[in-house]
Structure formats: C-alpha cells, structure tokens
Write a protein that binds this ligand. Structure first.
Ligand code: AQP
Length: 336
C-alpha cells in the first residue's frame, strides 16, 4: 500500500448476493462506490454470509457471488484501486461478529426495520441470523476502522446501530473502534419498484416486472419501462408523495442522463407518459449496455475472477487482523 492510501479515509460497503443485481443496486450503491474510489481507501465486499439469513440454493448462491464480482468490476470498480473481496473468505468477519453479538442488545435488534420486513416475508424461517445480522454488519464495518459507509437511505439504521455498538464497546475498553458515518447519495438513494413504486426495487422481489437487472437484455428493459406504473395525470412532475411512479422514473432518468428534475419537467412538458417512459427506458438500456457486455466477458474468465477474489481476501485479512487482535486482547482472550 502506498503512503497516500494510508492517509486516505476508509470506506466499507457491501451487497448481498441474494439475487441478481438491480438498477437500484447500481444507482444506489455501486455507481457511487466508483466515484469514491479515487478519494478513499475502499473495501467493497460481496456479503455472502448475510445472504444466508434467507434460505439460498447453494449453486445459485455460488454463481451469483462470482457474477456479482464480475459486475462490480464491469461497473467500474478497479481491483487495483479497491479491495474487492468475498465476506466468507475473511474469517475475521465471523469472529468479530460473535464478540459484537455479546455487546448488542435484544431490544435494539428487535427495532431493526429490516428484521421486521424480512421476518414478515420469510415467516417460515425466522432464524437467529436474521435477527442478529446487525452484529455481523457492525463487524464488517468496524474491522477496517471505517470512516464512511456509503448506503442507500434505507440502510442508515444499520450504520446507526453500528455506532451504538462501537460506542458501547469503546465505553468499556477505551477507544478501540472508529465511529463510522453514513454517506448517502443525493440522487439514487432510493430507487423504487416499477410496478409498486411505494416499495424499494429489491433483488429478491418476486414480481419480475418491478425490477430492472444489470444483466437484463435491452428488449426486456424497454418492456419493463413501458409497463411502469405512473398515475392518472399526464404531467411529468417531481412529487414523490403524490406521484411516486413518475417521480421514481424521473429519479432514474436524472441519474442516467445527468439532467436535473427541472430540465426533465421541461423536456416532457405537454408530452404524454408514453414518450417519457420510452425515453427513460432508452437511457437505462444505454447506461447498462457497456456494463452488461463487460460483465459477460469477465464471467467467462474464471481464472481472472479467482485471482481478484483471492488477492482481495488477502488484503482484507491483513487489514482486519490488527483490530481483531486488539479486540481479543481488550476483552481478555489469551493471545494465540
Ligand atoms: N432500490 C434501491 N435504491 C437505492 N439503493 C439500493 N440498494 C439496494 N437496493 C436499492 C443499496 O444497495 C446496497 C446493498 O444492499 P444489499 O443487497 O446488501 O441489501 P438490500 O438493501 O436488502 O438490497 P435488496 O436488493 O433489497 O436485497 P434483498 O432483496 O435481498 O433484501 C445498500 O447500500 C442499499 O441501500
């Protein structure tokens, strides 16, 4: 690592391979990660251990994990500049998570929105991992002395509980962990489903029309946008509470083209939603085309992907070993 990298602030973020990456994963997370790569010392993880809080088919999970790595790189994350790795390859995550479990309160876990949402969706499998995942997430973040965690609006609560756990631990043992801050993008922070715009666009959504996937064909993308839910007016105006469907499409168009909401309203003044939806679809097709093509090329190159995730795991293991050793010493474990 060069000296400049040591001085840079640290960023950690991750995505679960719980489904194919969506336009929401790209605009709400990865696109911003790429922009942060030059300024920060970045750890970008594929959090496969989080994914198993919901039952996964093993071969799908393995395939999606590798595809996700290829898509990270295809989206512009340079493995030479960033540490890109698979969570289960760095055992320190599981080790610190167990310790932090013992500093996390039942009451605060019960208040987590994601636990409530996921246990409602998976009523037949409300397992302990689904409940205690915030301790694993806190471990992910705190292991690297992270300064900033780029997340979508919905994930802010996770950074808050991480800070609470870190503060509790520091309160007992002194300044061990750095307190991270959430870093939320202004636009793209919450991309909604195209068919039910009151819900977030989610990888594990059962409604295929609501989601746009990074690897989806241009024809499918165009079709999904043509069917996107709008409202009974014909006016393209940004108003998320009154016009959630149109506002979501405007947000997507804005991130895809760089146009402001004012410019978009002007562009579609007096035109119907038909034109608008076609234009948004076209912008997304062009945005995703180079990413899909590059990801397809990388997916075919298994040796390259293996070299990246092995090197990433080595770098992440080296970086996290120090803090784990310190934690074990502080709590009174005998040194190995
Ligand atoms: N629709 C979205 N809009 C903005 N940001 C989003 N993110 C995900 N969906 C959107 C951001 O991506 C990061 C990683 O998320 P994750 O995969 O670890 O978990 P998630 O938020 O639970 O994503 P999904 O797609 O909804 O997964 P499932 O369906 O498995 O629960 C986060 O920074 C998130 O904000």
């Amino acid at each position: 690592m060069d000296e400049k990298a040591i001085e840079k602030k640290t960023i950690f973020s991750g995505i679960q391979p719980s489904g194919e990456l969506t336009l929401g994963s790209y605009l709400g997370a990865i696109k911003n990660w790429v922009e942060l790569s030059d300024t920060y010392n970045c750890y970008y993880c594929i959090v496969d251990m989080h994914a198993i809080t919901v039952r996964q088919n093993p071969s799908d999970l393995r395939r999606r994990t590798l595809h996700q790595l290829a898509q990270y790189i295809a989206c512009g994350l340079d493995p030479m500049k960033n540490t890109i790795f698979i969570q289960s390859h760095v055992p320190a995550h599981a080790e610190l998570a167990w310790v932090l479990n013992c500093y996390t309160m039942f009451g605060e876990l019960s208040r987590m929105t994601q636990f409530k949402d996921k246990s409602a969706k998976n009523a037949d499998n409300i397992n302990a991992g689904l409940f205690t995942y915030p301790a694993l997430m806190a471990a992910d973040i705190l292991l690297y002395q992270t300064d900033l965690v780029p997340v979508g609006e919905d994930q802010k609560q996770h950074v808050e509980i991480t800070r609470d756990i870190a503060q509790r631990f520091n309160g007992v043992y002194g300044e061990v962990f750095r307190l991270p801050e959430p870093y939320i993008p202004k636009v793209g922070a919450r991309i909604m489903s195209l068919t039910s715009p009151e819900n977030k666009m989610s990888k594990s959504d059962k409604d295929p029309g609501g989601c746009i996937y990074i690897m989806q064909s241009p024809d499918d993308i165009t079709r999904c946008f043509k069917r996107a839910v709008t409202d009974c007016e014909t006016c393209v105006r940004f108003d998320p509470s009154d016009k959630p469907g149109v506002s979501n499409l405007m947000q997507i168009y804005s991130v895809a083209t760089g146009a402001s909401f004012g410019e978009i309203e002007k562009e579609f003044e007096g035109k119907g939603y038909g034109d608008f939806k076609v234009k948004v679809g076209e912008s997304v097709v062009e945005l995703l085309r180079p990413i899909r093509e590059e990801a397809e090329r990388l997916i075919a190159d298994k040796t390259y992907l293996e070299s990246i995730y092995k090197e990433g795991a080595e770098k992440a293991s080296r970086a996290s070993a120090k803090i784990l050793r310190k934690v074990y010493k502080k709590i009174g474990f005998v040194e190995r």
